[in-house]
Design a protein around this ligand. Sequence first.
Ligand SMILES: Nc1nc2c(ncn2[C@@H]2O[C@H](COP(=O)(O)OP(=O)(O)OP(=O)(O)O)[C@@H](O)[C@H]2O)c(=O)[nH]1
Ligand SMILES: [Mg+2]
Length: 292
Amino acid sequence: MSHKAGFVSIIGKPNAGKSTLMNALVGEKMSIITPKAQTTRHRIMGIVNDEEHQIIFLDTPGVIKPNYSLQESMMNFVQGSLIGADVILFVTDIHEKYDENDVIEKLRNTSSPVAVLINKIDKSSEAEVRDKIAFWQETLNPDTVYAISALLNHGVPGIMEYIKEKLPVHPPYYDKDELTDKNMRFFVSEMIREKIFKLYDKEIPYSTEVVVTSYKEEANITRIAAEIIVERDSQKNILIGKAGSMIKKVGTYAREDIEEFIGGKVFLELFVKVIPDWRRKSTYLKKFGYEE
Ligand SMILES: Nc1nc2c(ncn2[C@@H]2O[C@H](COP(=O)(O)OP(=O)(O)OP(=O)(O)O)[C@@H](O)[C@H]2O)c(=O)[nH]1
Ligand SMILES: [Mg+2]
C-alpha cells in the first residue's frame, strides 16, 4: 500500500534544456533535442516505473507569446501539463537572456511544489551558480533549487530522489510496462523533424510538419513513408535542395536514428508537400494532433 505515483510537469523557456532533462530522467530518447528554440511542440509523456513508483514526466514546449495558431496550441499543452501536476520542474538556463516573467506568472498561479532547476552549469562559474540560486530563492521562493547539467547528467539523480519523496501514495495510473502515451509513428515523425531543425535555417523548421503516412513491419525490414509539409513552394525547393541533395541527407540521418530506435532495418521514403499556411488553420492543426 505504499506505492507512489504522480505527474511531473517540466516547463520553462525555449531551449532551456527541458527535453534533454526529460531524456536524462527517463533514460530513453523520448523527446527530440536541437540547438534551436521551439523544438518541442507537443506534451510528451515519459514514464519511469520501478516496484514502488510510477513517475509520469511531461515534457512541454517552451513558453512564448503565441503569434499564430500552432503556437497557441503549444501553449495549451504547457497549461494542460500544469493542471494536476504533483511536482513542477522549472528548467532555466543559467545564462537565460529571455524575459522569464511569463513562466514566473504561471508558477505563481499553481499550488503544486516547484523545483527550480538551474541548467547548463557546465558552462558557468561557481560564483554565477551561487548568484542564480540566490536570485531564484528570492524571486520565487520555490520548494527547492538545484543547479544541474542535464547534458552531463550532473545533478539528475538528486532530482529523481527529490521527486520520489514528493510523490503522493497512489496506485499506478498506467500499466507498469508503459513508457509513453505516444505511438511509433509519432516518434518517427519527430526524428525526421529533428533532422529538419538541424539541417535548415530561418523559417523552414518552423514551417514544417512531418506526418508518417505508412508504417509496415515486415520480417527483416520496416517500411516507412512520411510526408514533409511546408507552407510555400519556395520552401519546398529549399527543402529538396539541388538534385535532391538536402532531402537525401534528411532521409539518411533520420533512417539511422529510426533504425537505432527500433533496433532493426528501415526503408524510409520522404515526400514533400505544400499546404499554404497550415500553421494558422484549425483543420490542419486538428489533423496533426495539435488541437482537440
Ligand atoms: N552546455 C549545455 N547544453 C545543454 C544542457 N542541456 C541542454 N543543452 C543544450 O541546449 C539545447 C536545447 O536543448 P533542449 O533539450 O532541446 O531544450 P528545450 O528546453 O527542450 O527546448 P524547446 O523544446 O525548444 O523548448 C541543445 O543544444 C542541448 O544540447 C546542459 O546542461 N549544458
Ligand atoms: Mg524540448
